[in-house]
Design a protein. Structure first.
Length: 206
């Protein structure tokens, strides 16, 4: 049996620190993991207070806001880092995001699963600083292009393997850019169960 989730929460893998050249990289990933986890729990507490079912991807939100924070400076940069729990002095933050994305997709591929993590910045007005554009491409493997509402929805449709047909109904007149993150996962259960043993029944949340 196969389960398909266009967007899902990713638990970042941690590696044990050892006396090797990889220790510094592991330390950066641990910092990023701590921050993302703290932000995810805070976001969950706020969203869970609302009525109705809840489904969201903390990692996608963190990645999209990290791309935004990469272009901020001064007080805005510091405030975003505080809210997102990015640790001070983490100069390699954005490179670490990119490293984690690539490691996750490689791990999934090596285990026979399919995981696509895609990022984009779509310009709907104004311009973009070249250094910022280059940073997004290098660290987040982000596509940066000029487009409209149709282009945004087409990008999401493609990156979600056709599972998300429309992400936005309209764009604000004041919009100058849209930052996108899409995660697609397709994999099999490690321990499968017989399909004939499943039945439709009401689902209760705790």
């Amino acid at each position: 049996m196969t389960r398909i989730w266009p967007i899902f929460s990713v638990l970042l893998p941690l590696s044990c620190l050892v006396a090797s050249p990889l220790a510094a990289e592991d330390s950066r990933q641990e910092k990023l993991t701590r921050g993302n986890t703290a932000f995810a729990l805070e976001m969950y507490r706020n969203l869970a207070a609302q009525e109705g079912n809840l489904f969201f991807s903390p990692y996608s939100v963190s990645a999209a806001l990290a791309m935004t924070q990469a272009g901020a400076r001064g007080a805005t940069e510091r405030q975003m880092a505080e809210i997102l729990h990015f640790e001070p002095g983490q100069a390699e933050l954005h490179h670490t995001f990119g490293d984690v994305n690539r490691q996750l997709t490689a791990t999934a591929r090596d285990s026979g699963q399919k995981l696509n993590i895609a990022n984009a910045l779509v310009l709907t007005g104004g311009g973009i600083v070249k250094d910022y554009k280059d940073l997004l491409k290098k660290t987040y493997d982000a596509e940066v292009f000029r487009g409209n509402l149709a282009a945004i929805n087409a990008w999401v449709l493609d990156k979600s393997e056709g599972r998300i047909e429309k992400i936005l109904e309209e764009l604000s007149r004041d919009s100058v850019c849209t930052i996108l993150n899409a995660v697609y996962f397709k994999g099999s259960w490690q321990n499968r169960f017989p399909k004939e043993d499943t039945v439709d029944a009401p689902f209760q949340v705790s």
